[in-house]
Design a protein around this ligand. Structure first.
Ligand SMILES: Cc1cc2nc3c(=O)[nH]c(=O)nc-3n(C[C@H](O)[C@H](O)[C@H](O)COP(=O)(O)O)c2cc1C
Length: 321
């Protein structure tokens, strides 16, 4: 499968998630088999003016190729300028976010707010395509709310404007992240356009990802919360899709992935922020291991990486119970 000139190896990809999918996390997911990865959403205004925090979150290198950088905004000139910066950072794909339910964004008529205005999305896609040579994709919702399904019209307009693929988060904007996803809308979008269609929403385990593809007919599925603490979900989903099976990861594999991510976050965010992020980040991994409550308490007290290594060594080992 291809998004423009970018080849995508298989259907199981990493869905973008704010505060999670920065470079270290994306790299780990690629290493564990995600077919492509996407940065979290960044304000086009910040990216266009070269804001330091935004550019840091847009750090990438070839170890995570192929990867998309995602921006949101409502002004075609600003989106075009931001897209040029995303491409310059090295991203293979520029992804436009019309997905975000964040009130701050929607109030400004950006992100998910644009799902009520398909022609405006068409114009933004067009402006960005004129500005960059990388393929341009978009991430959308089923519609602004339960009464209005605009995904099909948005996808058709984006395709006419030249978009290389579309990803549908199968919830409407009003649902935020909690409501029941409606995979049937992904199917409708797939039946309406010729470009690749990805979808996401409600994938907790590998079997859900396979069911998503079967039921929606989508070309690919983005795995969001289902990969937190479980990067092995990609290889498991792939094996199931191909009619096979894989063994679950060993404790040693779980410990190694967690330590790799913690060390990469340490380098990426610096000591203070990395240590602050440790409890939340590592609890996603520890949830899969016996003695979660003990780990959760102990990790709050960690001050240095060597203490963290020690805790993981003690905790992620076979127990006799
Ligand atoms: C904490 C969080 C942050 C998210 N941030 C983004 C984002 O920055 N850009 C985006 O397109 N989607 C974002 N999403 C949506 C995910 O990409 C994906 O569509 C959604 O999580 C799929 O639902 P699931 O987690 O129920 O499988 C986010 C989701 C969550 C849970």
């Amino acid at each position: 499968m291809r998004f423009g000139n970018v080849s995508i190896g298989h259907p199981f990809s990493l869905a973008p998630m704010e505060e999670h999918t920065s470079f270290p996390f994306r790299k780990l997911m690629r290493q564990h088999g995600a077919s492509f990865v996407c940065s979290e959403r960044l304000d086009a205004v910040d990216v266009a003016r070269g804001d330091r925090r935004a550019l840091k979150l847009l750090f990438t290198n070839v170890t995570e190729k192929p990867r998309a950088g995602q921006i949101s905004g409502a002004d075609p000139a600003v989106m075009a300028e931001a897209a040029r910066n995303v491409e310059e950072q090295g991203f293979d794909i520029v992804d436009l976010n019309f997905e975000s339910p964040l009130r701050r964004l929607c109030k400004r008529g950006e992100g998910g707010a644009l799902m009520s205005d398909p022609p405006a999305i068409g114009r933004l896609v067009e402006a960005v395509i004129r500005a960059v040579t990388a393929p341009v994709t978009l991430t959308i919702r089923t519609g602004p709310d339960g009464e209005h399904m605009t995904a099909v019209e948005v996808a058709k307009r984006a395709e006419s404007a030249g978009a290389a693929a579309v990803a549908v988060h199968a919830r409407n904007v009003a649902q935020g992240y909690v409501g029941e996803p409606d995979w049937s809308v992904v199917r409708l979008v797939k039946q309406s356009v010729g470009i690749p269609v990805f979808g996401s929403g409600g994938v907790r385990e590998a079997v859900d990802a396979v069911r998503f593809l079967r039921e929606s007919g989508a070309d690919g599925v983005g795995i969001g919360r289902g990969c937190l603490g479980n990067p092995w979900i990609f290889r498991e989903a792939r094996a199931l899709w191909n009619g096979g099976a894989v063994l679950p990861p060993t404790l040693a594999e779980r410990a190694k992935a967690l330590i790799d991510l913690a060390e990469d976050e340490y380098d990426f965010y610096g000591p203070a922020l990395a240590i602050k992020r440790l409890p939340r980040m590592s609890c996603y991994f520890a949830k899969f291991v016996p003695g979660f409550d003990e780990f959760k308490q102990a990790v709050q007290k960690i001050r240095f990486m060597r203490e963290f290594h020690q805790l993981v060594r003690e905790h992620f080992r076979p127990r006799r119970e």
